[in-house]
Design a protein around this ligand. Structure first.
Ligand SMILES: *Cc1c(COP(=O)(O)O)cnc(C)c1O
Length: 389
């Protein structure tokens, strides 16, 4: 029986390989930073979401170490049992303050936050609307909720309005910055639409937090919107903030509802308190060091200018996510392999992460890069065979 099962799995894996869709992990041998060491080899990396260069910041590392000295390692249990420490609580207060909302709630990961919020707020008989390019965790949350999920064409508010018609949607959910494209959701128009339709608007700002807005308050702040316009704000801590975990910020009633009923909150062990101490330090640095955002945006401009000079087709992105469309999965893979032989690490993003025919290199920039890193990337990109297929 087992033999047969394995044979079937091997055949499925073989099909992935044949379609250039097989994924492999590379083993990192140094902390997250542009100058990485991968399987013994120094590489210049453009695939980390450590946008502000905080993942290996000495003050954040020290806060984690001191946190472990004070709290030990494990939290021991779920938040509702006895795993909710003073450190977690202080971090929630800092996140509420940062996002200008009454409350914030920590989740172990962004994936779990999205599952938790959507399943706590929507159920059988409800309808929810999502951008077609939303992150997988938002789509999975909708499926798990058993609500009716309708996906609207990417960023298309007119299509969304038609799709809503006379329905009374429960939730409209969007990425703030789209994770594979780097573009921004049309939040002001979505907020107006949600208000007219009487729906909650939920924004997943995994890639805007720390990067956009005043003091890195994210895409909602970037657009000048408030908590009434975007009542549910989700952010992650493992990207620009350089640590791990996620949060949801919103009203008192929203957060209490999640504490009572978000299953991915209730039924899991709290993250280590020392991690909360490290994240508190990372938030402080992210807010304080405007120069990191300024530097990041200068590097993005440098990259886009250089890429345009090379005649590369750039996406409409002003964020650190700069995709380079390849089309087929095999082309994306060939490009990333060519860059890898030049000592440059980039992600080849293929279906089902992105729609069929839109495989791409997903280049990400960080404030920890220097100008010569960008120039080295541009030089290597200039040597790729660029014709589309
Ligand atoms: C990374 C990401 C998540 C998941 O967050 P994790 O903390 O890594 O689980 C959710 N939404 C978006 C848009 C993301 O990019």
């Amino acid at each position: 029986m087992h033999q047969t099962g394995d044979a079937e799995l091997r055949s499925r894996l073989g099909q992935l390989e044949a379609k250039a869709l097989y994924r492999r992990r590379r083993i990192q041998e140094a902390p997250q930073q542009p100058h990485a060491v991968v399987e013994g080899r120094p590489m210049l990396s453009f695939c980390s979401n450590d946008y502000l260069g905080l993942a290996n910041h000495p003050e954040v590392v020290a806060a984690l170490r001191e946190g472990a000295q004070r709290w030990g390692v494990g939290s021991g249990s779920a938040h509702l049992v006895n795993g909710h420490s003073r450190a977690h609580h202080a971090l929630e207060e800092a996140l509420a303050e940062l996002t200008g909302r009454p409350r914030a709630l920590l989740f172990s990961t962004g994936y779990m936050a999205n599952l938790g919020v959507i399943t706590a707020l929507a159920g059988r008989g409800d309808t929810l609307f999502e951008d077609r390019l939303n992150h997988a965790s938002l789509l999975d949350g909708a499926l798990l909720s058993r609500a009716t999920l309708k996906r609207y064409p990417h960023g298309d508010c007119a299509a969304l309005e038609r799709l809503i018609g006379s329905a009374s949607p429960r939730l409209i959910v969007t990425d703030g910055v789209f994770s594979m494209d780097g573009d921004l959701a049309p939040l002001p128009r979505l907020a107006a639409l949600a208000q007219r339709a009487g729906a909650w608007l939920m924004v997943d700002d995994a890639h805007g937090m720390g990067v956009l807005g005043r003091g890195g308050r994210g895409c909602v702040d970037h657009f000048g919107l408030d908590a009434a316009e975007v009542p549910i704000l989700m952010g992650t801590l493992g990207k620009a903030f350089g640590t791990f975990g996620a949060f949801v910020a919103g009203s008192e009633a929203l957060i209490e509802t999640l504490i009572q009923g978000a299953r991915s909150y209730v039924y899991t062990t709290a993250t280590p308190p020392a991690l909360a101490e490290a994240t508190l330090k990372a938030l402080e640095i992210a807010e304080r060091d405007d120069w990191r955002r300024e530097r990041l945006h200068a590097l993005i401009a440098r990259f886009r200018h250089g890429a345009a000079e090379l005649g590369l087709t750039l996406a409409d992105s002003r964020t650190p996510i700069q995709p380079l469309l390849a089309g087929s999965a095999s082309r994306a893979l060939a490009w990333s392999q060519a860059l890898e032989s030049a000592g440059i690490l980039v992600g080849a993003i293929r279906p089902p992460t992105v729609p069929e025919g839109t495989a791409r290199l997903r280049l990400t920039l960080s404030a920890a890069h220097c100008e010569s890193d960008i120039d080295r990337l541009l030089d290597a990109l200039g040597r790729l065979p660029m014709q589309q297929d």
